[in-house]
Write a protein that binds this ligand. Structure first.
Ligand SMILES: [Zn+2]
Length: 286
């Protein structure tokens, strides 16, 4: 800052004029505009100095963790891409340690919720994998599932081991699974021998049935051991009594959440009850 000879790294903000004594007309004008704004706002008593960028930076990290893209954050916070880049990166450009308070406020106001998922978004395949594996462990074959889920059986094989899938694919599998998990494969066209081959394959691979999952989409969820499920005195008989009702509502195309709302129980209870639906129950429900 002692000589005017040092070349400013860029001419985008006040840095070049303040620290490098830049005299480019554009930069001088920008600097004077800033000073005028500051002077005016001080006069009105509305002047606020720059604030620490750290909370905004952390909030952006949390948003990205929740699945929000940078363009999505930009749009929601009404912040330019250059501003966001300066808050985030300390690589090529100088990182902004202090930012305008209104920018910080707009960024912090973006709610950290799940990002809206578009059909062509690539998402984690955990739920898709587990659903297919769960159906196979029930005795479903991929040949029988293909037409039900509207996928070629070979594609289903790939999906059973996939790491990432299109959101639209995940949704189609989840929709097919919702029904297939309530049906007995042998009663729906799978030869007995094939069903037992499927179950054996699943046992060898360590795959779990629909019953094992409280939240099948949660990568952190652990499969529940079946032995732990039937503790005495935990309201199992009450849940059992609802199985037929759950089967009826499922057949009517209701989601687990809708059924839970209707029966006044937890969604998890519905999912578990669905796992107990037998062909006999289904016939009675029809
Ligand atoms: Zn300049």
């Amino acid at each position: 800052m002692t000589t005017a000879v040092r070349e400013a790294p860029h001419h985008r903000n006040l840095t070049c004029v303040k620290e490098y004594r830049c005299r480019r007309p554009d930069c001088v004008a920008r600097s004077q505009a800033y000073e005028r704004r500051r002077y005016r706002q001080k006069g009105y008593g509305t002047w606020q100095p720059l604030v620490d960028a750290t909370p905004a930076r952390q909030h952006i990290a949390a948003l990205r963790e929740a699945g929000h893209s940078i363009p999505d954050i930009q749009r929601q916070a009404r912040v330019g891409s250059a501003t966001l880049a300066r808050i985030l990166y300390d690589g090529v450009n100088k990182r902004a340690e202090r930012i305008r308070p209104e920018v910080a406020e707009r960024i912090l106001a973006v709610p950290v919720g799940p990002a809206p998922i578009k059909p062509n978004t690539i998402i984690d395949a955990t739920g898709t994998r587990r659903r297919l594996q769960a159906l196979v462990s029930m005795g479903w074959t991929l040949n029988a599932l293909g037409p039900r889920l509207s996928f070629h059986p070979r594609r289903l094989t790939d999906l059973m081991y996939a790491d990432r899938v299109l959101a639209s694919t995940a949704r189609r599998i989840a929709e097919g699974y919702r029904i297939a998990q309530t049906l007995d494969p042998v009663a729906h066209g799978v030869p007995k021998r094939s069903a037992s081959l499927s179950r054996n394959l699943a046992a060898r691979e360590g795959w779990h049935g629909p019953l094992a999952w409280d939240d099948i989409d949660d990568p952190a969820a652990k499969p529940e051991a079946l032995g732990r499920k039937r503790r005495p005195g935990t309201g199992v008989s009450k849940i059992r009594a609802d199985v037929q009702r759950v089967a009826q509502l499922t057949a009517a195309g209701k989601s687990a959440q809708q059924i839970a709302d209707e029966l006044g129980c937890h969604k998890r209870t519905v999912v578990r009850a669905r796992g107990r639906v037998t062909p006999e129950v289904l016939e009675a429900a029809a």
